[in-house]
Design a protein around this ligand. Structure first.
Ligand SMILES: NC(=O)c1ccc[n+]([C@@H]2O[C@H](COP(=O)([O-])OP(=O)(O)OC[C@H]3O[C@@H](n4cnc5c(N)ncnc54)[C@H](O)[C@@H]3O)[C@@H](O)[C@H]2O)c1
Length: 247
């Protein structure tokens, strides 16, 4: 029960990684507030938690909309009095193309969700946090290495790492910790469009462990950063990629 009675907000909770985070947080005793732009997926995430007797609710939120995000955090504060954990997990991928072929609209959409969404999540959650609260932002190894053909995705995830360090520095004195995870390839809907490609076998096993990562393996690391077990870690980005960056 590493998160017993902690109030945990998870964005993008209708996705595969979001669901795995919600499951792990709930198993460890957290009260889960799952948010997502998708109504059905978000609701289905909390159904199994509630069936198992856990306290959880879904609040539909577009993470790119400041009024929506402010309303989400206010509602949690009104209902529970505080926010202990925020996991900024909502994200979208870029379609693969070279930088000059990326339209301004495509760029804007990816940056809005992946970068501005993380900014808005922290902007509206931090005022409701206290000493001991923890934020975990989901970046990507694309934000470390600058992956070819996904300029907006790489740039936005790099920004997540920078925002993490900025917020960690600003709120360390209040003992609010801010960390990030940088996953490699994880077995979720986000990579579905690549599964039919000839290069899929190579792409999904191009790491030291020679296999794709599972959502739960990422969720376990996020749980560690969200919990008091990581109490002296802040401003860090933990790479969870099966050794991809080391090859
Ligand atoms: N799957 C991977 O290989 C991989 C690798 C590195 C990083 N990540 C990151 O992990 C996170 C989760 O991705 P996933 O693989 O579970 O993908 P996913 O597509 O299964 O889930 C993403 C979720 O984000 C939600 N979302 C999208 N736009 C939103 C918005 N405007 N407001 C609120 N919610 C919104 C979607 O509805 C979806 O439920 C993302 O930030 C992603 O970039 C994934």
């Amino acid at each position: 029960m590493r998160l017993k009675n902690k109030i945990a907000v998870i964005t993008g909770a209708g996705g595969d990684i979001g669901k795995a985070i919600a499951d792990r947080f709930s198993e460890e005793g957290a009260i889960v507030i799952a948010s997502d732009i998708g109504l059905d997926a978000g609701k289905s995430t909390i159904e199994s938690l509630v069936e198992n007797g856990a306290e959880a609710q879904f609040i539909q939120t577009d993470i790119t909309n400041p009024a929506d995000v402010e309303a989400l955090m206010k509602k949690v504060k009104e209902q529970y009095g505080r926010i202990d954990i925020l996991c900024n997990n909502a994200g979208v991928n870029s379609d693969e193309k070279k930088l000059p072929d990326v339209s301004f609209e495509e760029w804007q959409q990816v940056v809005d969700v992946n970068m501005t969404g993380v900014f808005l999540g922290m902007k509206y959650a931090i005022p409701h946090m206290n000493s001991g609260s923890s934020i975990v932002n989901v970046a990507s190894i694309a934000g470390i290495k600058g992956q070819k053909l996904v300029a907006a995705y790489s740039a936005s995830k790099s920004s997540v790492i920078a925002l993490t360090k900025t917020a960690a520095t600003e709120f360390g004195r209040q003992n609010i910790r801010v960390n990030a995870v940088a996953p490699g390839i994880i077995d979720t809907k986000m990579v579905d469009s690549w599964r039919a490609l000839d290069k899929w076998e190579i792409l999904s096993t191009a790491n030291a462990l020679r296999r794709i990562g599972q959502p739960k393996e990422l969720a376990n690391a996020i749980l560690f950063l969200a919990s008091d077990e990581s109490s002296y870690i802040t401003g860090e980005t933990i790479v969870i990629d099966g050794g991809t960056l080391n090859l």
